[in-house]
Design a protein around this ligand. Structure first.
Ligand SMILES: NC(=O)c1ccc[n+]([C@@H]2O[C@H](COP(=O)([O-])OP(=O)(O)OC[C@H]3O[C@@H](n4cnc5c(N)ncnc54)[C@H](OP(=O)(O)O)[C@@H]3O)[C@@H](O)[C@H]2O)c1
Length: 322
């Protein structure tokens, strides 16, 4: 399956609903007023994003009636518009994959990030609660302080170290406050088709260079969208509530992740370790982003290495013997 990010869809009119579909795009005007219509309908918000388009595709395969929307069909910073849109679409569940995801940009534009990640998430929670429907909201490891040495379980005390993390934490609090039927799924170090990601960057660099320097003092839980999306879809159809950690199992540093990628594509490029000081960035990154999935009522994800392998196979870069 090939996944493409279809930006041109944003030129459609405000009444058009988008349905990204395994690399091709169907443009359907959904007749939400169909009489007697009471199928299980999932509205995926942020469906042009790296995770959102995959969730929509997986949910459709799993038999959901999927309505996939992004800007400009919905602007979650607008409570009134968000409420009207969801009323019109009449979902059974809403999965929120929309976010302001520019981690460094959020340092300078914290208000803009907060409008989407904090208030926007809260607007979706209010609108779904008013309709009496469930919300599954995607959050991040960056809400945690990142100074631990053991994996963070769901009951760890938050303490974001950067602006993006602060805004995402507000989003978690808003969702929990305004819709009791919520599940907040924290994920981390996401990669997958249809969005810029670390693995694809390493593949590109390996094509040009013999050596790449990569930070080795940040450890995390790399997560493939192809593993996360089915877990979110299953969780959407369950009764699980509260906070769940949904990340690839295991842990690795960025350098280790680069080295594994080079091995799996059959490249001789060397991943040389450096400390974070070598790459100063506007937003501080937590040193420890390893999350433990401790809940038995929310699907656990396979090992991160399986995710890297599957992603490289999907984009046609896995070497045959790997
Ligand atoms: N990527 C990671 O490494 C990572 C790690 C941990 C957690 N997460 C979380 O995982 C989720 C999905 O991330 P992703 O990487 O798939 O994000 P993404 O590719 O940046 O997609 C996010 C989508 O949300 C849309 N959006 C932004 N503001 C909106 C608004 N006001 N109303 C409606 N839609 C809006 C974006 O549109 P525009 O492009 O037009 O802004 C984009 O299509 C997010 O909650 C993120 O915080 C991601």
């Amino acid at each position: 399956m090939g996944f493409v990010r279809h930006r041109e869809i944003q030129r459609l009119g405000p009444n058009m609903i988008i349905r990204p579909n395994a690399g091709a795009l169907d443009r359907d005007e959904v007749d939400v007023d169909e009489p007697g219509e009471r199928r299980r309908r999932m509205v995926v918000v942020g469906a042009l994003g790296m995770l959102g388009h995959r969730v929509a595709d997986v949910a459709r395969v799993h038999g959901w009636d999927v309505v996939a929307i992004d800007r400009p069909e919905i602007d979650i910073t607008d409570l009134h518009g968000t409420t009207l849109t969801l009323e019109r679409l009449s979902p059974t569940v809403v999965v929120n994959c929309a976010a302001f995801t520019d981690v460094d940009g959020a340092e300078e534009q914290e208000d803009a990030a907060l409008a989407v990640n904090g208030a926007g998430a809260g607007n979706l929670a209010r609108a779904t609660a008013a309709l009496g429907v469930r919300i599954v909201h995607v959050s991040t490891d960056y809400v945690l302080p990142g100074d631990a040495t053991e994996p963070y379980a769901e009951d760890a005390v938050p303490g974001p170290t950067n602006a993006y993390g602060r805004t995402k934490l507000v989003g978690e609090q808003e969702v929990a406050e305004h819709n009791p039927d919520h599940l907040i799924c924290r994920t981390a170090w996401l990669f997958g088709a249809g969005g810029p990601n670390f693995i694809d960057t390493m593949v590109r660099l390996a094509d040009d260079r013999d050596e790449v320097t990569v930070v080795d003092d940040q450890t995390g839980s790399p997560t493939w969208t192809g593993h996360l999306a089915p877990a979110l879809v299953r969780a959407a159809g369950s009764d699980a509530r509260g906070i769940a950690h949904t990340v690839g199992a295991g842990q690795v540093t960025w350098r280790g992740l680069a080295a594994e990628t080079f091995t799996l594509i059959g490249s001789d490029t060397v991943a040389t370790p450096v400390t974070s000081d070598a790459f100063p960035r506007p937003a501080p990154r937590p040193a420890w982003s390893v999350l433990a999935s401790t809940r038995s009522d929310v699907p656990r994800l396979p090992d991160w290495r399986e995710g890297v392998k599957a992603h490289l196979a999907e984009v046609g870069r896995l070497r045959e013997a790997a």
